[in-house]
Design a protein around this ligand. Structure first.
Ligand SMILES: [Zn+2]
Length: 287
């Protein structure tokens, strides 16, 4: 299987089994997943394009694509990411675009600091987001607008893309010179994968993720896209108590006991992030 990122022809088949197809469902047929032996990217052999539309994706995976559902599910998670990014990036007086903005909770938060806030997402969020921000319902619509941005956020979508390289390139084209592009990228080589192996992967591999990245493959992608890495760090989204419960039950769990207290748990999270085995990375790259 040829690698869609670096075009290298030697890849290793790492999965040929059912994968998750929704919140609590799996595909009826086996799906193949390959690992490029050159750039380290992992990809679905048959990539899905229909789940790129958040109208379809959020309904399937979050249970609903409503504004209310977005706010209750995503608002705290997104705010958490933004707070970490704010340690390195100053949003004051900037022209900011958030790709995959959903109901615009991050944009709402940035609005008072920024010079201009704009969002890109499915048309289903248009009426809601447009009350406070500029809104684009497609990459094409964004491309046709002359505006360029100081900062572009893309915090939950790169792994969903069908053609990652052109996606990164099209966002790069909307950046001003020296502008920053900020990605949150799920880390394949995370602590869950190392500890749980196949038992993690059978919940993690899913139809909506066309790609799985590591530090090596992320670095490769940005180098190829001629973007300079300004800052990268691990971003751990779950407490160690979540992993303990997962180990005990053998299942991806929602509720878990607080076996380890908050202070120690926070220290462990910091160590996980430092050793780059966190569940995600934040990459801040410069044009
Ligand atoms: Zn490759």
């Amino acid at each position: 299987m040829k690698c869609p990122i670096c075009q290298f022809t030697k890849s290793k088949l790492i999965w040929n089994d059912k994968i998750r197809s929704g919140k609590n469902s799996w595909t009826s047929k086996k799906q193949k997943i390959s690992h490029c032996q050159k750039c380290d990217t992992i990809f679905l052999n048959r990539r899905n394009a229909d789940l790129l539309d958040n109208k379809v994706f959020r309904k399937k995976y979050d249970g609903s694509n409503s504004i209310l559902r977005y706010k209750s599910f995503n608002k705290p998670r997104e705010k958490n990411k933004l707070d970490r990014i704010r340690k390195y990036v100053n949003f004051r007086n900037k022209l900011i675009l958030e790709s995959n903005c959903g109901a615009g909770t991050n944009l709402d938060y940035l609005k008072s600091k920024a010079k201009l806030t704009a969002g890109l997402d499915s048309e289903i969020y248009k009426n809601h987001v447009e009350k406070k921000h500029l809104f684009f319902s497609s990459l094409k619509e964004l491309k046709n607008n002359r505006i360029k941005f100081d900062i572009i956020l893309s915090l939950a979508e790169i792994e969903h893309q069908n053609d990652v390289y052109s996606f990164v390139k099209s966002l790069k084209n909307k950046l001003k010179k020296n502008g920053l592009l900020i990605f949150r990228i799920p880390n394949y080589n995370n602590i869950y994968m190392h500890v749980l192996g196949k038992n993690y992967l059978r919940y993690d591999f899913r139809t909506s993720h066309n790609f799985y990245f590591s530090e090596k493959s992320s670095d490769f992608l940005f180098k190829k896209s001629k973007l300079k890495i300004f800052k990268k760090f691990g971003f751990q989204e779950y407490s160690i108590n979540h992993l303990i419960e997962y180990i005990k039950t053998g299942k991806r769990v929602k509720k878990y006991k607080k076996i380890i207290n908050k202070k120690i748990s926070n220290e462990i999270m910091i160590n996980i992030e430092k050793s780059l085995i966190a569940t995600s990375f934040i990459y801040i790259v410069r044009k």
